[in-house]
Each structure stands twice: as C-alpha cells, then as structure tokens.
Design a binder for this molecule. Structure first.
Ligand code: F6P
Length: 532
C-alpha cells in the first residue's frame, strides 16, 4: 500500500532548549527537591482531588508524587513550549512520525471504528481513508477466521510463535483476559530460540489438533523463523499433512509467508510498529481466545483513550500528566527506574510488555537530528504482580538507598468468586502505597522507613477487554509524549541490530571453533562453549 499523504512534522524545540526547562531547574533547586508529601497533603485539602482523574475508564491517583502545584504548572508549560499538542496532532494526521525509517505511525487507526459490524460513520482522518479501508477489510477477515477457529472443535491448541511485539502484547492480553477465554482451547506462546521452549510446548500437543500462528512483522526474525521451521517439521513428522489448515501467518511481509509455505495470512502495514501491533492481525490469538466481539471491545477501549489524548486539555490529559511526571523524575530527580506493580495476577505479563514499549521506544541517546542528548532518557521499567513483589523486592523500595517511583494498578471488581482474597489484595496495594509515603521513624535504626517515596495508583473498575484496551493506549500515548518532550524518535529501534549481525558471524564459529578476528573474551568463551 502506498504511504499516506505525509503531513510534515512540526518544528519543535527540544525540552532543554525551552524557558520552561530552566524554570523547572530553578524550581527543583528550590522547593522541588525538598518536597514532602505529608506536609503537602496537610496544607492542601484538595490535593487528592486535584491530582487524580478519570480517563476513558482508567482512574489515576497521582497525588502521592513528589510534585507541587507550582511544579505542575511549569511542567505543563514545558509541554506547551515543546509543541506536544502539535506533534500529537501531526501523528494522528498521518505525518512521518518515524522519520529515520521514513514511516508514518498509525497504530491508532487499527482501533478506529471498533464495532464488529462496520456500518458506523467514518471517523478517522480523511487523508488516511484508503489505509483505513484496508484496516477494516483485514480486521473483518481476521475476526471471521478467529470465530471459525473458535467454532472448530478439531482445534484444541493454538500456538503463537513470535517474539518482542509479536509475543509480549498478545501473551499479556490473553493472560489478562483469561476470564473471557474460550473454555475449549488452550493457548501457548513460543518466543525464545532456546529449543527448550518449543520442545516443552510441543511435547504436550498433537499435530492434528494444533493451530500455529506465525506472528512476525518482518517475517525474517531469526527466533521466529527457527521456531516456525521446527514446528512445521514436527507437524509433518507427526503425520500432519494439511499445512494450510494448521499454519497461519500474521505479517506485513505476505510474500515471505508464501515462500514459507503458508497460504492463510493476515496482513498489517509498515506504519504499525512491532510494540504497537497488538491491535492488528498480531492480535489474532487474542481474538481466538475471547472472540470477535470482545476483541472489538479492546479496540473500543483504546479508541476511547485515543479520543481522550487527542481532545483533553493538557491539565487533565492523563498520558500528558504521566509523561510530565516521568520527565520530572528522570531529568530533575535523576531517578533511574520505575516499578510497575499490578495488584492483579492476570496482569502478570504487563510489566514485561511495558518494558518493551517504553525501553525500546525511548531508550535512545540522540535526538531526531542525530545530536547526542545531554540528559537522561528512558528509565528501567520493571516489576512483578503484587502481593508477590512485597515478599521479594519491596524491601529495597521501602528502605533501599535509591528512590524508585512505583505504579500500582488495582482492579475494583474481581473476575473470581473469592471475595476474601480480593479484599486482602486491595488492602495490601493500598497499604504499600501508604507505607511508601508515610514511612516510620526509628531514629535511624534498622526499622526506620524514610517514607516520602512516590507512587501512582491506577484503578480499573473491572479487568475487561475495554478497560485493558484503554490502559494499554494510555501507556502508548504516555511513551509518545515522553519521547516528544525529549525530542527523540520513539518509533525506531536500531539498538537491536548490532547484536543480530554479530550473532550471524558467531553462529558458524561455534561449530568450526574459528576465533580469528574476535575479541579475546569472546574467543575464550567460544572455545569453552565448543568444548571437546
Ligand atoms: O528485535 C526487535 C524487534 O524488531 C522488535 O521491535 C519486534 O517487536 C521484534 O523484534 C519482533 O519482530 P518481528 O515481528 O518482525 O518478528
């Protein structure tokens, strides 16, 4: 498909080139770095109300963050001076928002008009109408296929083979929405080239009852191609004959899927980044799990968050408020990481998903013009579900020497019927956020908790396709705003290339033992691994 009419990206200053940046530095050097949460709550009876809000079904309490109202005003000024709104509008108008790869970035289009029946009014930007027509057609094909698989009792196991964005999003979402999943199907995910993963899954499966989804934007990724080839070999060795029925490809590279021998494929486009691709054909495994209607509810939740991001004033624009806090913490406080702690086992893969979304998007050291950045960018994003984290790393969060802002995500109504468990779960989430803030004095002793440790607290009314979609789109837009403020390209990922190239050179050396031209440490390790 031809690329859309590419609106130009607006010229914008980088954050450190604005007057607001200098003003923020002055504010930080004064009241900012000495800010204390408990006195701030005591002085401002409206603090909770002011620093909390709803957005597309996601409630966020930001009041336990190390920011006062003056600082917030300056951060909003920073967003204005950096032209974040113009940048956002250009993104939604199909601009070449990924200039290093000469591509538009339009994953938001994939969730436009999210109804199962496509008779709603057209509400995507006019200049991307042809792309949108293709999106609707492919979505229709893919959802019809998902329904057919759901109705096919002969298929009991669905294996998604993919890595990075072709694995993390679908896997996270299938686990998150397990309460809605088809009871007669099992879902498996194979990503690593480590044969243990594929072998571990295949040993429990029968070829005639298995459907493989080969998910790869490029259809060249080493891990996915190796796993897909081995899966095909296992299938034929086990008596499988109908490859067309048992192998499906999800890719922008439909030609390569044919060469592989796959005849059923669902396409998407180069303007969908891998880590933003859950909403495309890459979401097929989820559509099979929860059905077409619920998949569309996921799209609807994300679409609603898109609307919020596009229209809410900066002061109450949740992705913007979160990104501004991120910049405040990273560039002024110097905090190097952020912990994501979902108090929901169903969201157990969310931290890993967000790790790719944020670190692959904003883990950059040059700006859009290729100039080295004189400030820090993406923090380390990590985490585990609560309450498990409490019995592992929360010790460090409470009493360690580094301050790590924590993000709690809680769900008001559980999907299970064990109310006592849910009360305990929610009480623990609230208690941890509270403890981080209030601390406990013990005259500098071992039982002293310094307190004043920041956290944000998100609440979903229930974990549904719709609220999950909204939550994920919230994070996507937050990452975009962060990158926009930092003046970098959030949509390329050249940092993953070098290792891939070197692995190609090293692979034959593991067999031949040739260490010529490699550094002494790699040579020593090669010899050790080769053995014999
Ligand atoms: O190596 C990084 C990466 O390109 C990610 O950005 C992407 O999500 C992943 O690999 C998988 O790529 P593909 O979907 O093309 O197999």
């Amino acid at each position: 498909m031809t690329p859309p009419v590419a609106a130009l990206l607006p010229e914008r200053p980088r954050c450190d080139e604005t007057p607001a940046w200098a003003a923020l530095q002055r504010h930080f050097n004064g009241a900012g770095r000495r800010f204390e949460l408990l006195p701030a709550f005591a002085a401002d009876g409206e603090r909770f109300a002011h620093f909390s809000q709803d957005a597309a079904g996601v409630f966020a309490d930001l009041s336990k963050n190390l920011i006062d109202r003056d600082g917030e005003v300056l951060l909003l000024q920073l967003a204005r001076e950096c032209g974040v709104e113009a940048h956002r509008d250009a993104l939604f108008a199909g601009a070449l928002a990924n200039p290093t790869e000469n591509r538009s970035v339009m994953h938001f289009l994939l969730r436009n008009r999210p109804q199962v029946s496509a008779n709603a009014e057209y509400d995507a930007p006019e200049n991307v109408a042809p792309e949108f027509e293709a999106v609707l057609a492919e979505r229709g094909r893919m959802l019809a296929f998902a329904e057919a698989v759901r109705a096919d009792d002969g298929i009991t196991d669905i294996v998604n083979i993919g890595i990075g964005g072709s694995d993390l999003g679908p896997q996270m979402a299938v686990l998150a929405l397990d309460a809605f999943a088809h009871p007669g199907k099992r879902f498996h995910f194979v990503s690593n080239v480590d044969g243990d993963e594929l072998a571990g899954v295949l040993k429990r499966l029968e070829p005639r009852r298995t459907l493989f989804l080969v998910a790869s934007k490029t259809f060249t990724t080493l891990e996915t191609m190796a796993n897909a080839q081995s899966a095909k070999a296992w299938f034929t060795a086990g008596g499988g004959t109908d490859v067309a029925r048992h192998f499906v490809a999800l890719s922008t590279n439909v030609e390569a899927t044919r060469e592989f021998g796959i005849t059923t494929s669902f396409a998407f486009w180069d303007w969908v980044g891998g880590r933003y691709s859950l909403w495309s054909a890459i979401g097929l495994v989820l559509a099979i799990a929860v059905g077409a209607e619920r998949f569309c509810e996921l799209l609807a939740g994300a679409h609603e968050m898109d609307g919020h991001f596009r229209s809410a004033p900066l002061e109450t624009n949740l992705p913007v408020r979160l990104a501004l806090l991120d910049v405040w913490y990273r560039n002024f406080f110097g905090f190097g990481s952020r912990c994501v702690s979902p108090y929901s086992s169903a969201l157990r893969r969310l931290p890993a998903y967000l790790q790719q979304l944020e670190m692959e998007s904003n883990g950059k050291r040059v700006d859009l013009r290729g100039r080295p950045l004189p400030f820090a960018t993406a923090p380390v994003v990590w985490g585990e579900p609560g309450t498990n984290g409490q019995h592992a790393y929360f010790q460090m969060l409470h009493q360690g020497t580094s301050v790590v802002p924590v993000e709690f995500i809680a769900v008001r109504q559980p999907a299970h019927g064990l109310p006592g468990h849910h009360t305990a779960l929610l009480a623990n989430a609230l208690a941890q956020a509270n403890a981080l803030m209030i601390g406990k004095a013990d005259a500098g002793g071992h039982r002293d908790f310094p307190g004043n440790r920041p956290s944000s607290f998100f609440i979903l009314d229930a974990l549904t396709p719709r609220t999950l979609g909204a939550l994920l789109a919230l994070y996507e837009h937050r990452v975009f705003v962060m990158g926009s403020l930092w003046g970098l390209n959030s949509f390329d990922q050249f940092g993953v290339e070098l290792g891939k190239v070197l692995a190609k050179d090293i692979a034959p050396r593991l067999a031949s033992g040739d260490t010529h031209g490699v550094d002494p440490s790699t040579a020593g390790l090669l010899s050790r691994l080769k053995g014999g």
